[in-house]
Design a protein around this ligand. Structure first.
Ligand SMILES: CC(C)(COP(=O)(O)OP(=O)(O)OC[C@H]1O[C@@H](n2cnc3c(N)ncnc32)[C@H](O)[C@@H]1OP(=O)(O)O)[C@@H](O)C(=O)NCCC(=O)NCCS
Length: 201
């Protein structure tokens, strides 16, 4: 009983948060108790688009002019984080599993002298924001499956239908219809669209 009440309380908070911080298009969104969109440094709710039937169950952080789009019936799992200062798109029917980070920037600049100066600034200072680290768009195609504990780095495009194996770090583009695995992720299987389909229950 207590757990049910707690869940419905958190679901109400999630719903309010998404309505306030994102643009919900169509209906049938599956919102979880931990669904959250965080806007910072002038990021706009118009730039966070959650299309028909998607499942935005994780944490979505958007900064500055960042654009984040979840296309129809795509999913991000509860403990997954999206970190966006440039552009991140998740294709229709694509599913992103737990503990994964999709981050379109380096988080911090690589320059040692910059980082040393940054250490002397307080938490939340502009120098620490993603805008000042290298960044590039991430486009994940349709009907992809991104496994658990993955990191997808800046500038990566993932082709339709591809699978990213658990615990991979994706630093380069992934072709369509393949499986990539490892750190840095490499193609380990191709033509998965030609695999026989198991019987549908
Ligand atoms: C390493 C990092 C800072 C990128 O630095 P960068 O100077 O922009 O490097 P590039 O993107 O140009 O990549 C350089 C090479 O390293 C590889 N690379 C980058 N990040 C990598 C990673 N995490 N794992 C394995 N290889 C990686 C690239 O594929 C590239 O390989 P190549 O030379 O064969 O083409 C970034 O990818 C990263 O890992 N950031 C840390 C994020 C983090 O842990 N944040 C926690 C919160 S602060």
């Amino acid at each position: 009983m207590f757990n049910k009440l707690r869940k419905s309380y958190y679901l109400r908070i999630s719903k309010k948060n998404l309505e306030h911080n994102a643009t919900l298009q169509g209906g049938n969104h599956t919102i979880g108790p931990k669904s959250r969109v965080f806007l910072s440094n002038g990021a706009k709710k118009e730039n966070v688009i959650l299309k028909e039937g998607c499942w935005p169950r994780g944490s979505i952080f958007v900064s500055y002019d960042g654009v984040f789009i979840m296309h129809e019936h795509s999913q991000i799992d509860e403990s997954t984080k999206i970190q966006c200062v440039n552009r991140i798109e998740i294709g229709a029917y694509t599913s992103i599993s737990e503990n994964t980070i999709v981050c379109d920037n380096n988080n911090h600049p690589v320059s040692p002298s910059y980082r040393k100066k940054m250490r002397l600034t307080p938490s939340g200072h502009k120098m620490r924001t993603w805008k000042y680290s290298a960044n590039a768009p991430i486009i994940i195609g349709e009907n992809c499956w991104i496994g658990a504990n993955v990191r997808i780095c800046k500038g990566v495009t993932i082709g339709d239908n591809s699978v990213v194996a658990a615990c991979s770090v994706v630093t380069k583009d992934v072709p369509a219809n393949c499986i990539v695995a490892g750190n840095p992720a490499k193609v380990v299987k191709t033509d998965i669209d030609k695999l026989p389909e198991p019987p549908f229950p």
